[in-house]
Design a protein around this ligand. Structure first.
Ligand code: NAD
Length: 482
């Protein structure tokens, strides 16, 4: 136990042990074993971090854009130089598979986020000018908020930490970042490297539980913007806590996204599209945009089910570091209990199409891992719990339909509105679908493809979506008469 790696908070440019002296165990999801320890911080550490961020803000925000961009490019170099180490820590932390095409955030690729933020600092954060009359000009300035609280979920820790922190500081804010308690080491190691580059206090990291660190952070009066990715219930708690200070919040939350296959679709693309990347092999289904409700038009139902089962049988569950592995474990025992609970509910309320097994027998060489096999249910009742609640694991439900109107109605019958997929060759249907579907992101004949230049939407219980660096700026209006 004593020779386990011990990580520390990053506060004011220094690595700091938690004030309480207490630590949390980090569990390797593929073995169930403790492999690292991270600070169990509390309000005292949060206050020190917010204080450091507040003090760093005037000088950081006053830097010319090119000065900030210079720092951001150097942060990008961290991922170029330390990609192997940071990828290994991510795999140990969340158990996503090492196979390059399926890792949600291969650490090396994250340099792109920082390089891109450096460019945005220079080009995107600009104001508008609006003449009022011959002698009067209106202008706007985009200004940073001040201290930003960045709260990160477990399923893509490094990607989320980098996307939030890079944009926030590019816009001139300073940051206090809370890593997810299940998978903090990769972020905290990144924080150590960051501390060697950025001026003290520009990015601080405080690890610990949501109630001990997240709650005092979002209540802090010096925090002026909260960016949180996670579940709707946590977001509701945060929004209530932020209400006293009227702190502005951006939430990117969960989903129960419909992926709809019409009989005229190219099934060679649709079958793998709805089966692998959309659900099972993206982080073992622990993906906010997972297409976990698969609507299939009746004439192709049997064919699609057959194709999907054949594809699912090719999925190799196992050690995330094995290059043959295409699907890793779930993150933790609680998540395993939650997902397998839904599998048992599904067995009661719907028809099991394939899968349904879980536990050590799936990967006998790693009996302590949190293994669940790709599982598919079928039902005609979209009101069932397995169709309405976010399971966040490799479990999906097929719902057959006859008409386009019926498909849209089923797709929109959800309290979530994060993403949707449509597989068809009919362009008129595509246009109708994009208009009528109630989701922030729509994919047509593809799934999950995106670029950071595109806003990432969300409505209803899926949050508010966000629009890149602009979310981290406040627009000030000035009217000047001569
Ligand atoms: P979670 O809501 O349990 O936790 C998210 C973060 O909030 C963690 O860092 C946690 O410690 C913190 N937190 C918990 N309680 C808090 C409190 N009272 N105050 C402040 N912070 C608190 O989510 P999770 O289980 O880590 O992640 C899975 C969820 O995230 C799923 O619902 C998934 O769909 C969603 N997600 C959404 C997106 C997106 O872009 N829309 C991306 C990834 C994950």
């Amino acid at each position: 136990m004593t020779d386990l790696p011990m990580y520390r908070n990053v506060i004011d440019g220094k690595l700091q042990a938690p004030a309480s002296g207490k630590y949390l165990d980090s569990i390797n999801p593929a073995t169930g074993e403790v492999w690292a320890r991270v600070p169990a911080s509390d309000r005292t550490d949060v206050e020190a971090a917010v204080d450091a961020a507040r003090k760093a803000f005037p000088a950081w925000s006053a830097l010319p854009a090119a000065g900030r961009a210079h720092y951001l490019r150097q942060v990008g170099d961290i991922f170029r130089k330390h990609s192997d180490e940071l990828t290994r820590l991510e795999l140990m932390g969340i158990g996503c598979q090492a196979r390059k095409s399926n890792v949600p955030t291969p650490a090396g690729g994250l340099s792109f986020l920082w390089d891109r933020a450096a460019g945005l600092t220079l080009d995107a954060v600009t104001g508008r000018s609006v003449p009022l009359d011959a002698n009067t000009m209106g202008i706007t300035r985009r200004e940073p908020y001040g201290v930003v609280a960045a709260i990160v979920p477990y399923n893509s820790p490094q990607g989320m930490a980098s996307s939030k922190a890079s944009l926030a500081i590019a816009a001139g804010n300073t940051v206090v970042l809370k890593p997810p308690e299940q998978a903090s080491p990769a972020i905290l190691r990144f924080g150590e490297l960051l501390a060697e580059i950025l001026p003290p206090g520009v990015v601080n990291m405080v690890s610990g539980l949501g109630a001990d660190v997240g709650d005092p952070l979002v209540r802090h009066p010096d925090v002026r913007k909260i960016t949180m990715t996670g579940s709707p219930d946590t977001a509701r708690m945060i929004q209530r806590a932020a209400a006293d200070n009227l702190t502005s919040c951006i939430f990117e939350l969960g989903g129960k996204s419909p992926n709809i296959v019409f009989a005229d679709a190219d099934l060679d693309r649709a079958a793998p599209g709805v089966t692998t990347q959309a659900i099972y092999t993206t982080n073992a289904g622990q993906a906010c945009v997972g297409g976990s409700r698969i609507l299939i038009q009746r004439p192709i139902l049997d064919e699609m089910l057959g194709r999907m089962e054949a594809i699912a049988k090719q999925i190799r569950i196992g050690d995330p570091f094995d290059p043959e592995t295409t699907m890793g474990p779930l993150i933790s025992q609680p998540q395993f209990d939650k997902v397998t609970g839904y599998i048992e509910i599904g067995k009661q309320e719907a028809q099991l199409v394939f899968g349904g097994r879980y536990g050590p027998e799936l990967v006998p060489s790693r009996p302590g891992g949190f293994w669940v096999e790709p599982t598919l249910f079928m039902t005609t009742n979209n009101a069932l719990r397995i169709c309405q609640e976010e399971i966040f694991g490799p479990v999906a439900a097929v719902i057959p339909f006859d008409t386009e109107e019926e498909a849209i109605a089923i797709a929109n019958d959800s309290r979530f509105g994060l993403a949707s997929g449509l597989w068809t060759r009919d362009l008129a249907r595509v246009n109708r679908f994009i208009r009528d579907i109630r989701s922030g992101n729509v994919w047509v004949n593809t799934y999950l493809q995106t670029r950071y230049e595109l806003p990432f939407g969300g409505i209803k219980d899926s949050g508010y979506g966000h629009d890149d660096i602009m979310e981290f700026t406040v627009e000030k209006t000035a009217v000047i008469a001569t």
